[in-house]
Design a protein around this ligand. Structure first.
Ligand code: KPL
Length: 304
């Protein structure tokens, strides 16, 4: 099985390294010659406390190379994923498998609708990783990755996409990936914008009564939208799940907080924007989510 990886950020690098170490043929897809040159000079460095330090010489090529792509993993930021997929669409064949792995909601469904003849899958992960510098990734957390079919073409695919047992990646197929994406987007909508606004670590999200009340009200809005969309979230209240995740990742700065800090575009539209748009569709008022959407947009504008 040959995998092309589009989006060589932290999680994309972990997958590239793990697939390579598991014996798969892997090719990194890079956007420009400068990136390709940098990569060719140093290769991919993968550090993990379980597997040690690996210097890997994984194949790499420009996205506009001509060879067909059999299996594609799109691991870009959510706002860039559809465009990234479109940029290699001509290299996909009717038998290609495409896995969209990103935060938020929207682009995965758009991809499935735009390419009904291709097998489109979505994945969601609770793994943690960060880039020490480009092409040097540190594996920071060991979670689970779930993937499942998004359209009819993928539903009809009977083989397992990831048949190998990986030493470090817990990858499991689920029949209802849409619900898993909902659960993840709900957690992100509760944690990411507020930690970006408060400029705090996840573990500090609930450390005053005022903050706890805001998170509780926010969780209430999100849960009501999920219920209206026939996607009731967890067995326990969303607030309890959010409190648990915030505790588990207490030392982390959320991805949105980091994006704001480093003046990068955020995923606010694919996270909070998605919740707000679904709320509007169902006639539900979500004033806290709306306010957060605008505050984060304003913060991004200001830091440009
Ligand atoms: O997924 C995350 C993110 O930062 O995007 C959480 C769960 C909030 C962990 O930081």
């Amino acid at each position: 099985m040959h995998w092309h990886i589009l989006g060589v950020g932290a999680i994309g690098s972990v997958w590239a390294a793990q697939l390579h170490l598991a014996g798969y043929q892997v090719t990194l897809l890079l956007r420009n010659k400068q990136k390709l040159l940098t990569y060719q000079q140093q290769g991919l460095v993968y550090e993990s406390d379980k597997l040690g330090r690996h210097q890997l010489n994984i194949d790499a090529e420009l996205i506009d190379a001509h060879s067909p792509i059999e299996n594609l993993l799109v691991v870009t930021k959510a706002f860039a994923s559809l465009e990234a997929l479109n940029s290699v669409a001509e290299r996909l064949t009717p038998h290609s498998q495409v896995v969209m792995l990103q935060n938020g909601m929207g682009p995965q469904q758009q991809a499935a609708a735009q390419y009904p003849h291709l097998s489109i899958w979505a994945a969601t992960t609770t793994d943690g990783a960060y880039l020490k510098k480009p092409f040097h990734v540190i594996r920071a957390g060991y979670g689970e990755t779930l993937y499942g079919p998004l359209n009819q073409s993928a539903t009809g695919f009977t083989d397992t996409l990831f048949p190998q047992v990986f030493p470090e990646l817990q990858i499991n197929q689920t029949p209802d990936i849409l619900h898993k994406l909902w659960c993840k987007v709900a957690i992100n909508a509760a944690i990411n914008p507020l930690t970006a606004l408060y400029q705090c670590k996840n573990g500090e999200l609930l450390n005053t009564v005022e903050r706890r009340n805001t998170v509780a009200d926010l969780c209430d809005e999100i849960s009501r939208v999920a219920n209206a969309c026939d996607q009731p979230l967890f067995e326990q209240p969303l607030f309890d799940v959010v409190a648990h995740v915030a505790k588990q990742t207490a030392g982390n700065f959320s991805s949105m907080h980091q994006d704001i800090l480093h003046q990068r575009p955020t995923e606010i539209e694919q996270i909070t924007g998605f919740i707000c748009d679904e709320a509007t569709r169902h006639g539900i008022a979500t004033p806290i989510n709306e306010a957060l959407r605008h505050e984060i947009q304003a913060l991004s504008e200001r830091s440009k």
